[in-house]
Design a protein around this ligand. Structure first.
Ligand SMILES: [Zn+2]
Ligand SMILES: [Zn+2]
Length: 344
């Protein structure tokens, strides 16, 4: 399998971002990404998808009902290739229409907390009766960050040491993911920057705290595809979307050290499964994890940490059916969050 690194949540000047598509592509190239999906609020921008050097820029959308109070239920839609905003008041209708078109839908920042300093309310997902979505955004960099700035002093400190301002996905988001996976159905987890490139002013100080280039190298989604991107946009887009659809992916905080080369597999007899896959039990199943750098590796089975080790590898035997995923922390911060493998 070929590993591709990308980011699936960012905004341009078409909504509330500060960069054009071209500027985002340039920042993503500098950040070393292979693909990005631009997700402006409530507008699908046609005609800008394409290759910029070796980067493939795709265009999705972040849809929500502007008339709702609060404006919760942000839904990332990838690959609909049409405007679904008229359906926004009914998130289920957006999901259904996206599914009919073979598109993907992810609940953006499903768990969020109000920002005291920015006086922004929490925009968590609210309509939990929806079904049929592809997955959830387990870790949203900016959504996490805004809850980590209770005071002006914190904001000042993080403006110059941005990495100090993040810890990892909210525990409630991971718990939610485990609950959603408990039914045996794959709910794909992704990570995103939610980059806007906003300039913040504090007295005489004026600073872009999170330039696109920084954010696009931070909380990313790594995917596994069968072949390298070949320059055929339809085929390359399909490969990226399939990896996301089937959960051949992990959420990574690459500023803590590149997660390229991470591997998680399950073996049972001659059968092997990896991220997003499933495997039958012929007796026991061996779960194997390797990481490119040392970290605190935890294997989470059915919502509980069932094995942990410090280092670059972890092996564990399981005999129970369920959803098994891996999380790795480095220096106390979240580094890798894999999609689950289902043991049947
Ligand atoms: Zn949002
Ligand atoms: Zn957003």
């Amino acid at each position: 399998m070929i590993e591709l690194v990308g980011n699936a949540h960012m905004h341009t000047v078409y909504s509330d971002g500060t960069a054009t598509h071209l500027q985002i592509a340039e920042a993503a190239v500098r950040a070393g990404l292979d693909w990005v999906i631009v997700t402006d609020h409530n507008i699908w921008v046609k005609g800008v998808a394409g290759y910029y050097d070796n980067l493939l820029l795709l265009v999705g959308e972040e849809i929500h009902d502007c008339h709702r109070v609060p404006q919760a239920n942000h839904l990332l839609v990838f690959g609909a290739d049409c405007e679904l905003v008229p359906l926004a008041p009914n998130p289920q209708a957006v999901i259904d229409a996206a599914n009919e078109r073979g598109a993907l839908t992810f609940l953006a920042h499903p768990v969020e907390y109000a920002s005291r300093l920015a006086r922004e309310e929490a925009l968590s997902w609210a309509d939990w009766q929806v079904t049929g979505y592809t997955g959830i955004e387990v870790w949203n960099y900016m959504s996490e960050f805004k809850t980590r700035i209770p005071t002006v002093l914190h904001a000042l400190w993080y403006a110059y040491t941005p990495i100090a301002g993040i810890r990892g996905p909210f525990p409630a988001a991971l718990e939610l993911w485990d609950q959603l996976s408990a039914g045996g159905q794959l709910v794909v987890g992704i990570g995103g920057a939610d980059a806007h490139g906003n300039v913040y002013t504090l007295g005489p100080l004026r600073r872009t705290i999170f330039p696109y280039e920084y954010l696009l190298g931070a909380v990313n989604t790594h995917i596994l595809v069968e072949e390298p991107l070949a320059g055929d946009m339809a085929a390359d887009q399909a490969a990226i979307f399939d990896a996301l659809r089937y959960g051949r992916a992990w959420v990574a905080c690459d500023v803590l050290g590149s997660t390229c080369g991470f591997w998680f597999q399950a073996r049972s007899g001659l059968e092997v499964a990896t991220l997003g896959g499933e495997i039958g039990r012929a007796g026991a199943v061996t779960l194997e994890v390797t990481t490119p750098l040392p970290g605190r590796i935890q294997i989470v089975g059915n919502g509980r940490v069932i094995a942990h080790t410090a280092g670059r590898a972890c092996k564990h035997l399981v005999t129970e059916a369920g959803a098994y995923r891996v999380q790795v922390y480095r220096g106390g911060k979240g580094w890798i969050f894999s999609n689950p493998i289902f043991v049947r």
